[in-house]
Design a protein around this ligand. Structure first.
Ligand code: ADP
Length: 494
């Protein structure tokens, strides 16, 4: 790829819409307010975006409610084709979208291209699922009646997304909602609204009717979303973000018994057994840890490695990490971009310092890097003591922590010793052990001999405090469908 020029940056930033999108039109916030979006690699302001007020939020809900009946009545094939055209446009514009994403979020360009592809897959997948919503018909056990089960769109939805995957977290919610026949109000993260705004423009260009999608970037998340959650016209809340905010939203949602999907925090264990293919385990570990600069809810947070292979594992990952190039995501050959902000750097630093105070050894890295930009060195820490904060907290940074274990029972106990249960990874050549782990680990997803589990065709989601519901797969569309069952008498008169 040719290097990114100032003209490239200007072109993608000039093209991105910066207003609110409500009822099919772009416009300013009600009070004319805006907020700045920053490049985390430099701290510079990229562009200013309309800052939605609570009244704007309600206007967005009004538009979604007004468009709901017509969109639900639109033929599934037509809904499908809007999504398919959006997918084609995403593919056509992949390079510009990837650059926009790197500018606002920081990840290396190659990874942003990967996310455009991954995020696009949800649009393609749900364009296909839109025409495959079926019900069922059957005889009741007594033989006295017939049961018909049908699925209907749940209604207007509020979708709240995080900053770490600015496209994929949005498409993973918007595409199934639209496929199911729901209208939506999207509240993107204030750090990274640009990619989602660009995607909204693509949906409009793909022929989406007015009012089906609204987007309301805001710096006042709770003030804008609170009144919507309290409004009985809203029928569904889907949130991806931290467990504390998710839990607070669940309490709010309880008032009207609002349907919710919650994709919350993780604390993924990564198990390397003594019989693992070590090359594969190291490759998987690097992917599971350093993809997205460690800022993924699926990022491996705790590496439990059998004591017989722990030294070899640490040597190999440390060697790879020493070779990592750190820099702006737009620079050639960069492996590790900036973290999203100062708070993220402070958090990584505090967690590593706590682990070291409790006896852990820093093998590589272990320090914040000089600005401009918000960088933390890719780090490997070994022999992290039980009780260390870093084993309990989602790091969300490029820090790989290693803890040795002696046998399978201990590995499972350590892995399950967390309130989270989003994803686990395990490397072993023993197939039966792999199956035992699938049944013993408290997790919504398991990567067995792989370091990345995300796929549009699979049900993504967690157990325990990692959340409720699933996104992707055939399950993903059902988060946006109600079930109605109809009982009728036996048509033969029995
Ligand atoms: P993070 O710490 O990774 O930013 P958050 O859970 O704070 O995760 O944010 C995820 C999303 O939730 C963002 O869009 C953010 O603006 C939004 N958000 C944060 N707090 C609230 C809240 N109290 N009510 C509604 N949305 C919120």
């Amino acid at each position: 790829m040719s290097p990114v020029t100032a003209a490239d940056r200007r072109r993608v930033l000039d093209a991105v819409p910066t207003g609110l999108f409500i009822g099919g039109s772009w416009g300013p916030a009600g009070d004319g307010g805006t907020f700045d979006v920053h490049d985390p690699a430099t701290g510079e302001v990229l562009v200013s975006v309309a800052d939605a007020t609570p009244e704007d939020g309600l206007r967005a809900l009004d538009a979604a409610v007004a468009a709901q009946a017509a969109w639900a009545a639109t033929a599934p094939r037509e809904r499908s084709e809007v999504l398919r055209r959006a997918f084609d446009l995403l593919r056509e514009r992949a390079d510009d979208l990837a650059l926009l994403m790197t500018l606002e979020m920081g990840k290396p360009l190659a990874e942003s291209r990967g996310e455009v592809a991954y995020g696009g897959e949800f649009v393609r997948w749900f364009s296909e699922e839109a025409v495959r919503v079926t019900g069922r018909y059957g005889t009741n056990p007594e033989g006295t009646g017939r049961t018909t089960v049908l699925h209907r769109p749940v209604g207007p939805c509020l979708l709240i997304t995080p900053w770490n995957f600015p496209l994929a977290m949005a498409t993973r919610k918007i595409a199934p909602a639209l496929a199911a026949g729901c209208t939506v109000v999207v509240k993107p993260a204030e750090q990274t609204p640009l990619t989602t705004l660009a995607f909204t423009a693509i949906l409009a260009e793909a022929g989406l009717p007015d009012g089906v999608v609204q987007i309301v970037p805001t710096t006042r998340a709770a003030d804008v979303t609170g009144p919507l959650i309290d409004d009985p016209r809203l029928r569904k809340l889907s949130f991806t973000g931290s467990t504390p905010v998710g839990s607070q939203l669940l309490r709010q949602a309880a008032t009207h018994v609002l349907r919710t999907s919650m994709e919350l925090g993780g604390n993924a264990p990564f198990l390397v057994f003594e019989d693992a293919d070590l090359d594969a385990a190291v490759t998987g570990a690097l992917q599971a840890k350093f993809r997205n600069v460690g800022q993924a809810c699926t990022a491996a947070n705790r590496f439990f490695v059998h004591e017989r292979v722990v030294d070899a594992f640490v040597d190999r990952v440390a060697e790879a990490v020493r070779g990592y190039r750190v820099g702006a995501g737009t620079d050639d050959g960069v492996d590790i971009g900036p973290l999203i902000d100062d708070r993220a750097v402070d958090k990584a630093a505090a967690l590593v310092d706590d682990a070291v105070r409790r006896g852990a050894e820093v093998v590589v890295g272990g320090e914040r890097l000089d600005g401009p930009g918000t960088f933390y060195a890719p780090t490997v820490v070994r022999d992290v003591a039980p009780g260390s904060e870093i084993l309990r907290t989602e790091i969300f940074g490029p820090v790989l922590t290693v803890v040795p274990f002696a046998d399978e029972d201990e590995a499972v106990r350590l892995a399950n010793d967390t309130e989270y249960g989003l994803v686990a990874y395990a490397f072993t050549r023993d197939r039966a052990r792999g199956q035992r782990l699938a049944e013993r680990l408290e997790t919504g997803m398991l990567g067995l001999d792989v370091g990345v589990v995300s796929n549009a065709s699979a049900p993504f989601g967690g157990v325990k405090e990692s959340g409720l519901g699933r996104e992707g797969g055939s399950e993903g569309i059902h988060e946006y469908l109600e079930t109605t069952y109809v009982m009728t008498p036996d048509p033969f008169g029995a």
